[in-house]
Design a protein around this ligand. Structure first.
Ligand SMILES: [Zn+2]
Length: 235
């Protein structure tokens, strides 16, 4: 009986709040979830994880940050599918998007030998005030899906964001790097000593955030890092 009412309740919810695609806002068909099949077939794939070297991340960090593997999965373009996905994930509590993308790309990532070498996943943290306001970190569900599929544990009590910076949109690249100094700090350093860590963020824009995080992690003895972001902003 409860199941029956549950079904009615779900159907009613669907009438009042019809499920829409997080990529294009069109109504989802009955068999579609989170992202419509048109958007899935048109995901702006970077293919970074197939290229392995010579990706945009290598170009940005060349001579700046040593890393083992670096990839973004989708190109973030104005009004594009990735922009809508990232917006809905970050600001509209559509956390299933992270799970969806994690499951979708894990199938490819688990085939890469480098992932056998990774000991832990470190999500780029939010400042605790921001985390409280939003209620969640937008990379958590993506990381959880990687943790489950690739069997690599999340380590989220080592890299801490200690300063809450105001929007950095107006700042030049040089100023952003300067502003990011000392924003992240390491606690429980012993947990990552000698480990290869996958640093995960939602969007790679200038690389300043990843750079700041990576430099803190690399201060710890015998650590190595790899980088993975859901999206990459094409300038
Ligand atoms: Zn769509």
């Amino acid at each position: 009986m409860i199941k029956f009412f549950d079904k009615i309740h779900k159907n009613l919810l669907n009438v009042v709040f019809p499920a829409i695609c997080n990529g294009c806002s069109k109504l989802l068909l009955k068999n579609e979830k989170i992202i419509c099949s048109h958007c899935i077939h048109n995901l702006p794939l970077t293919h970074h994880h197939h290229l392995l070297k010579e990706t945009e991340i290598h170009k940005v960090f060349y001579g700046l940050v040593p890393f083992e593997f670096g990839a973004s999965l989708l190109y973030f373009r104005k009004k594009g599918i990735a922009q809508h996905l990232m917006h809905n994930l970050k600001y509209r509590n559509q956390q299933e998007i992270g799970t969806y993308l994690g499951n979708y790309f894990s199938k490819d990532l688990m085939k890469l030998p480098i992932f056998k070498d990774i000991d832990g996943i470190i999500p780029v943290p939010l400042h605790k005030k921001r985390l409280h306001e939003r209620g969640y970190n937008q990379v958590t569900t993506f990381c959880e899906s990687l943790e489950k599929n690739l069997v690599i544990p999340i380590i989220d009590d080592v890299l801490i964001k200690s300063k809450n910076l105001k929007s950095q949109i107006q700042k030049s690249k040089g100023n952003r790097l300067e502003a990011n100094k000392n924003v992240f700090l390491i606690e429980n350093a012993h947990k990552i000593e000698g480990k290869h860590l996958l640093l995960v963020d939602d969007i790679f824009t200038t690389g300043a955030t990843i750079e700041a995080c990576a430099k803190e992690i690399l201060k710890i003895k015998n650590t190595k890092i790899s980088i993975l972001t859901m999206a990459y902003t094409q300038s």
